[in-house]
Design a protein around this ligand. Sequence first.
Ligand code: PMP
Length: 365
Amino acid sequence: PAPAHIRALAAYQAGKPISELAREFGLDPAKIVKLASNENPLGVPDSARAAMAQAAADLGRYPDPNGFELKAVLAGHYGVPAEWITLGNGSNDILELAARAFLEPGKSAVYSQYAFAVYRLATQAAGARHIMVPARDYGHDLDAMLAAIQADTQVLFIANPNNPTGTFRPAAEVERFLEGVHAAHGERVVVVLDEAYNEFLAPELRVDSAAWVRRFPNLIVSRTFSKAYGLAGLRLGFAMAQPRATDLLNRVRQPFNTNSMAQAAAIAALRDREFLERSYEVNRAGYRQLTEGLAALGLEFVPSFGNFVLTRVGDAARINLELLKRGVIVRPVVGDGLPEFLRISIGLPEENAIFLAALKAVLSA
Ligand code: PMP
């Protein structure tokens, strides 16, 4: 029999594929609008496509287990040594590696209410207990999180911006928090700062988190190529941390956890500043369009710093089903304790318009 903490786990609830939903609801799959997984509506950058075509010629060989070239490019980009970088199969893998490296039965992890769901899964899978700190205005209450740290706490997860709420704590607040954790607990408590949506922040809000990594030996910063870089299907994320933490992450990492196509595509995407800028602009315009549309329908939403918006619709399960029947896929966040809310990923202008029209029809039906 599996250990008790594994038997107590509930698997991550993933949505059905588009083809299956199309069959179920009798829809044309080409006409379905999917705004459910915080993907980049621009799709894969052309630069990454070209890099993948080249990498494809060599798929008979294993990928570089240490991602030498990608780490070198990341190191140059962020101003940390390549030895401080760990590659992951998506940043979910980084979160999992951190849980596996630092948690065990008898230890605890601290995270916020309404935080990214994988923190709970990774903590439970490691057999550790969790301490969930009540949210403040749907976001992380950093003072309360610092105060919640117990003698058995080894890991603290923060998402900034957070998914599914889109909330963001400014750099000064996070820095004060990092100073507080390090002053009170030294290297005993590892802070995992998950910045999956960092690239969508307005320039004046962007954070030099590499500088924090240089300063705090107990900090792991996690980033991804799934969102602004448009490479969600390739599964590539990475961590920046000082050598002691990086060494431990690498001890539990599978040698070939990132594949050759992903490594090649990520290098190209990282150098493609034009694509990143376009992602940012499309997101900004889409956010304005969606939030104005929601407001016009009289719906509340949580101001978002990511590429999605959380809005209160009431009976979210019913409205979600009605939207599906009209070919629009969004994300109910029932499992996260927000049963009246739907999370809408920001799409292209025409996708946002189709969603808003469908929602209007459902609400007035
Ligand atoms: N962190 C946060 C806050 C996220 O929302 C997501 C994606 N939903 C991830 C990490 C993981 O993304 P990926 O594994 O694709 O990098």
